[in-house]
Ligand binder design. Sequence first.
Ligand code: FAD
Length: 391
Amino acid sequence: MVTVDELFAIDSLLSDEEKDIRDTVRAFGAERLRPNVAEWFEAGTFPVREIAPELGKLGLLGMHLEGYGCAGTSATAYGLACMEVEAVDSGVRSLVSVQGSLAMTAMHKYGSEEQKQRWLPEMAAGRVIGCFGLTEPDFGSNPGGMRTRAKRDGDDWILDGSKMWITNGSVADVAIVWAQTLEGEKQVIRGFVVPTDTPGFSAREMHHKLSLRASITAELSLDGVRLPADAMLPNGRGLSAPLGCLSEARFGIIFGALGAARDCLSATIDYAKTREVFDKPLAAYQLTQAKLADMAVELGKGQLLALHLGRLKDRGELRGEQVSAGKLNSTREAIAIARECRTILGANGITLEYPVLRHANNLESVLTYEGTAEVHQLVLGEALTGSKAFR
Ligand code: FAD
């Protein structure tokens, strides 16, 4: 018997250091996260304050950023770590992505030296939690239309508006908030570093989610939030600034979503080998084997694509439409695998005793955030035809 990794000889494509990182994160997931994850999911909560410092100690927060206490690994190693974390739960990987690829990356790419020195080392250690506020109630796929405004008052900035669906919003110490500013007559999007204890900032946790339940999601309200002049990220101007961060988070998802799919498939193979129907194991029926074979092939192809994109990124050659192709493929195939696995588990598949429906439900969010599947189809459509079809 072989695993999907063995079938596709994945290890032969990894360096010793990459395998070490993967194995370390896998062991952490097995010991520290897996025993509790179903309970967190059921309760609709996640102990961010307790787990983030442990993720920090492992070097997972801002993992492929250089300096400021960050681990500075390759992008591929970061992707492999995301895969292992998401094999436990997409909610935990969301914490890693939002902290490292969104909030920390915004400061690392666009922040002043003072902003980087003040925030990044503590965030890399997981002692300070960050969130990233781009989406608004009326602007998700089209954030360029955002209504949140930052106006000058002397040297200060005053922020007014609201943000929705913000991961870790209600537990964060610092929020990166994107807002429209006026430069002359022109509206320009800028990022602001907002300590969450600033008067006028409030966050309300969103409940009743059926997906990413082991992750905190919040609505942010900015009501006359007064910030000093140096709260603005000086080196990111326009919508391309937040999109540059999203591209980093999408890269992690290319690997991460496949971790969730792998966990579904391995739990399902174990189940099918022991579950007997009509006097023999489910795994010994041709229909079951056809499903398992098709899923293994999609998972293996997805991993090969992810590794290829990781190598391109490490060479500084990865383009936006390639990230879109990877995010679209990984999330679409992962959710298809999770749902197919659920059929093999029958009624047992709908419980939290097995990970498959939890992963499938989580992947509904992963398919939607960081650019919906349709938005990535449009990015690819534009790259293939030269015609923009967004509006
Ligand atoms: P809409 O933009 O309203 O899209 C609805 C549907 O219309 C989708 O199917 C979409 O593909 C389709 N559509 C949109 N435009 C087009 C078009 N031009 N042509 C054809 N179809 C189109 N945001 C943050 O800023 N920070 C976070 O930390 C964060 N965390 C999140 C956590 C969770 C659990 C979730 C669910 C979301 C999170 N988001 C976050 C928000 C997420 O990025 C948005 O939900 C996403 O961008 C989609 O926006 P929307 O939900 O408003 O959907």
